[in-house]
Design a protein around this ligand. Structure first.
Ligand SMILES: O=C(O)COP(=O)(O)O
Ligand SMILES: [Mg+2]
Length: 224
């Protein structure tokens, strides 16, 4: 079975608003103000909690303060878990594309570097967890993206053949994962770092989810 594997943050959903709120909560706990801007820093937010803390520490002139990042990362996740879907929205057309891919006979799954429990919580709150045959987070396996085994195991658990999948993502990590796995990569251009995606030279760029089913068929062939 052929499988379409999706990244979560920045690909299926714009999670940046709630991630930035969680990071700013940490900076306030440090006695600093809101160091991250909801729009200007959205691209960093989509790279995850540690990336946001590193950017804030850099702005405080404490770029090498790994101990502070380690200390605040669990606090960030705690705050994020409390307020995970206040600003977060699925990208337009994402779930329609998922439904169409399933109707065409493809398996669909999620491979994310978000901690599994948080990804489960978010997908459940958004009411879309059941749409995906499998969901593997950063801590589901001993390895994670860009290790190709994270992608392969996601395809397997969705009932698919790991050699016949495509990864839809939004970052250099996704690009590297697909390259290491030897499968095609589609990078989305509607996120905050959209204009940087072409430079990563994926097999295809995706501007609008309505184009995804045809693109998948072009890249990995018809489902059956
Ligand atoms: O939280 C992260 O590190 C990024 O998550 P993603 O893999 O779903 O983009
Ligand atoms: Mg992402």
């Amino acid at each position: 079975m052929k499988t379409v594997v999706f990244d979560l943050d920045g690909t299926l959903a714009d999670t940046s608003g709630d991630l930035i709120a969680a990071a700013n909560n940490c900076f306030r706990q440090m006695g600093e103000g809101d160091l991250l801007h909801p729009e200007r820093d959205a691209g960093t937010a989509l790279l995850g909690g540690r990336a946001m803390l590193n950017l804030g520490m850099e702005r405080l002139g404490r770029a090498r303060d790994a101990a502070a990042v380690d200390e605040y990362y669990p606090k960030l996740l705690e705050h994020y878990a409390r307020d995970i879907d206040t600003h977060t929205l699925l990208y337009p057309g994402a779930m329609e594309a998922v439904a169409e891919l399933k109707a065409l006979g493809y398996r669909v799954a999620i491979c994310t570097n978000k901690p599994e429990a948080l990804a489960e919580l978010l997908l459940t709150r958004l009411g879309v967890r059941e749409a995906f045959g499998a969901m593997l987070g950063a801590d589901t396996l001993p390895v994670r993206k860009p290790d190709p085994e994270h992608l392969f195991e996601t395809a397997r658990r969705a009932g698919g053949d790991p050699a016949q999948c495509v990864l839809i993502g939004d970052s250099d990590t996704d690009r590297k994962t697909a390259a290491a796995a030897g499968v095609p990569c589609v990078l989305v251009t509607f996120g905050p770092s959209g204009e940087d995606m072409a430079a990563l030279e994926p097999e295809a760029l995706l501007e609008d989810f309505k184009d995804l089913p045809a693109l998948v068929t072009r890249l990995i062939g018809a489902a059956a």
